[in-house]
Ligand binder design. Structure first.
Ligand code: FEO
Length: 399
């Protein structure tokens, strides 16, 4: 049974969703699943844009076969050579031996690293700005290195302004029949996951995202077809604005994320007191996470949204407790910039957490430690004034 949807005359969504996979990239929890999108033009020439993950191969191949209606496949455009999108290139070349596989030098280099098949006879090497006419439709290729891998291309269908955006504008979350963003309550059900996806997967490459967007005819784009998640055909400036903020490391809101690690509840008690002090000083909608319970990718998404971060952690093995170390190391690896951070260390017999956290934060570009304190095992009344001063500094900075 084919499960396909025409999204524009002679253009079909032929992808599929996976709701069984526990973790995307064997790393990120995806409780609402994930979609792998693929798109097929049935113009004078036929062209498929990207394939899907091996987990949904059977459905995908059935979709392509039905959508082609017995016609051959003329082009397979490979915008992204990561296995969640290219797992079916070999199968398609076997099914359609005359297909021209469209990619750049890096695409084919990666293909040869991942796969054994010789596709030399099928290769169609393109350069930046090259075009392929399908009849009514024309595909133009824009190289977008490091959005999210070095070979990534964005393909623009120029007659209608349809952008095939690879991982950009993608999100975690399966497609549940409503394959367009305007058919779902996007801000309620998808925006948080879109941000988590961006921050954790593309977040490191904000400069490259900006460079890629600078090449695109943004004003003429009428539809965005990403490789994961809903298709955009309305309110396109909304999602472009989100990407502008995220890729320039600009917080979306003045707000505080409190991320803490706590072994016996004493560091947790200190941040509970801090949260109350912040609320009393007018800070709204405080986000608080136990780093031993919440997956780090969730916290990273929250940090991308908010202007301020509080990290609290005990000293452990004369080092930083792993939950806090993992968060700060991950934020550093993702190239986080432009955040105000407050630090609360805790120790019983050797203080290391506070200094370690301060050093990590100071190594991140345009990130500043605005307040810092260390407590001894538990927060006592004599340190309440210090905590109030820390709350004052945060609240004043958030205003
Ligand atoms: Fe969805 Fe970078 O792969």
């Amino acid at each position: 049974m084919q499960i396909i949807q025409e999204i524009s005359p002679s253009l079909y969504w032929v992808g599929a969703s996976d709701r069984r996979l526990e973790r995307f990239e064997n790393l990120f929890p995806i409780p609402a699943g994930i979609s792998y999108n693929s798109y097929l033009f049935t113009d004078t020439k036929t062209a498929l844009l990207d394939t899907v993950d091996s987990s949904v191969t059977q459905q995908f191949l059935e979709n392509v076969r039905q959508a082609l209606g017995g016609r051959p496949l003329d082009y397979l455009v490979v915008n992204h050579m990561e296995p969640d999108h290219c797992a079916n290139i070999e199968a398609l070349v076997r099914l359609y031996p005359d297909v021209q596989v469209v990619g750049n030098k890096k695409t084919f280099l990666l293909f040869s690293q991942f796969y054994e098949m010789d596709i030399e006879q099928n290769k169609l090497l393109v350069k930046e700005g090259d075009e392929i006419s399908l009849g009514v439709h024309t595909l133009k290729f824009f190289f977008a290195p490091m959005v999210h891998w070095p070979e990534v291309m964005l393909t623009c269908e120029t007659s209608k302004g349809i952008l095939f955006s690879a991982d950009a504008f993608g999100t975690f979350g399966a497609l549940n029949g409503n394959i367009f963003a305007d058919q779902v309550e996007y801000e309620r059900h998808f925006l948080g996951e879109t941000r988590r996806y961006y921050a954790n997967i593309i977040g490191k490459f904000g400069t490259q995202v900006q460079a890629a967007f600078a090449k695109l005819p943004i004003d003429s784009i009428t539809m965005i077809c990403p490789l994961h998640g809903p298709i955009w055909r309305e309110n396109i400036p909304f999602i472009f604005e989100k990407y502008r903020l995220w890729s320039t490391y600009t917080p979306e809101r003045r707000g505080v994320v409190i991320a803490y690690a706590s072994m016996y509840g004493n560091t947790e008690a200190a941040v509970n007191k801090l949260a109350l002090l912040l609320a009393q000083r007018g800070v709204r909608d405080i986000r608080m996470f136990d780093l031993s319970r919440t997956h780090i990718s969730e916290v990273v998404g929250e940090v991308w949204e908010n202007s301020h971060l509080v990290v609290a952690s005990p000293t452990y093995n004369m080092h930083l407790y792993s939950g806090a170390a993992n968060l700060l190391d991950d934020l550093s690896a993702l190239g986080l910039r432009n955040r105000k951070v407050a630090i609360i260390g805790n120790h019983s017999w050797a203080s290391a957490a506070q200094k370690s956290m301060e050093e990590r934060v100071c190594s991140m570009k345009d990130c500043q430690v605005i307040a810092s304190m260390d407590i001894k095992s538990t927060l006592k009344d004599e340190q309440l004034g210090e905590l109030e001063a820390l709350a004052d500094a945060i609240a004043h900075s958030v205003e």
